[in-house]
Design a protein around this ligand. Structure first.
Ligand SMILES: C[S@@+](CC[C@H](N)C(=O)[O-])C[C@H]1O[C@@H](n2cnc3c(N)ncnc32)[C@H](O)[C@@H]1O
Length: 274
């Protein structure tokens, strides 16, 4: 008969060789298994663990590198719990900076109509819609699976009346009059780049990789913003500043700046065609 604290210890030990924070992840999985908050575990530590085999099956999935967010179907983004499922990229903490940069511009300029390219789980569009109650967003993606996850988050956060999801590439078929600004976190990992097994084996490659040095879609999105004459806020890889600067130079684009993450790494850019 295993008690909850014993199960936690055993799971932590099993996860030790494969994850960075084994105790934390064991707690997350156990809280998910028990259907309770992680903070409640301590109060329940002498209780008997029901269905231990089901709990240790979750631990085994994590030991095979499946991301904990796909196991629990939850991911924290901008202090909210979003629904997540395989087929949609797990939103990353650095993308919260993309939201901050986009939000600042929307606030300063009073934009009411924004387009997101590559909505994925919907984390970016949903967060922007919650920050700006008058904002209307058209959000596109080429992946039906990702759009289904976004749909679920639109329902969860009750923003379905202000975000229109569209299955299309870039902004094909989107009415240009609906776009005052573009925000995007497109695939930008260079083809052939080796990623950790939890990413490479489980997350959708269409959300991660772009041909060549990975800047193809970044450049296409800049072109599109220029054609529409609207501002763009876009995430990129920490090592893509040089090729993007070179592209801006070639195109004679001067009104751009890069933004950084908390570690001081280049993380994205704003181009002001507006
Ligand atoms: C890096 S993920 C970003 C998802 C989400 N916006 C986030 O920040 O977590 C990129 C998304 O772009 C989508 N995508 C890839 N190529 C696209 C294209 N040509 N047009 C629209 N979306 C595309 C992928 O399916 C994926 O959902």
């Amino acid at each position: 008969m295993m008690k909850i604290d014993e199960a936690l210890q055993a799971a932590t030990k099993k996860l030790q060789p494969v994850v960075e924070r084994p105790r934390l992840e064991a707690e997350i999985l156990l809280a998910h298994h028990l259907g309770c908050e992680r903070s409640r575990l301590l109060l329940r530590d002498r209780e008997r663990l029901e269905r231990p085999e089901a709990f240790f099956a979750l631990v085994e999935r994590r030991r095979s590198y499946e991301p904990v967010e796909y196991i629990t179907r939850e991911v924290s983004f901008y202090a909210e719990e979003f629904f997540i499922a395989p087929g949609a990229l797990i939103p990353r903490p650095e993308t919260e900076i993309l939201v901050d940069v986009a939000a600042k511009l929307i606030g300063q300029r009073g934009y009411r109509r924004v387009a997101e390219i590559g909505v994925g789980s919907g984390a970016v569009s949903v967060t922007l819609a919650r920050l700006f109650p008058d904002l209307q967003i058209v959000a596109t993606d080429i992946s039906q699976e990702a759009l289904a996850v976004a749909e679920e988050n639109l329902r969860r956060f009750e923003v379905g009346d202000r975000i229109t999801l569209k299955e299309t590439s870039l902004l094909e078929g989107v009415d240009p009059s609906q776009v005052e600004m573009i925000v995007s976190n497109p695939p930008y990992v260079a083809e052939g780049c080796e990623l950790e097994p939890n990413v490479a084996d489980y997350e959708p490659s269409t959300a991660l990789f772009a041909p060549g040095d990975g800047t193809v879609l970044l450049r296409r999105i800049v072109d599109l913003s220029g054609e529409l004459g609207v501002s763009v806020v876009c995430e990129m890889g920490y090592d893509q500043r040089k090729p993007m600067e070179e592209y801006f130079r070639q195109k004679g684009i001067e009104n751009y700046r890069f933004y950084r993450d908390l570690a001081g790494l280049d993380r994205g850019f704003i181009v002001d065609f507006g």
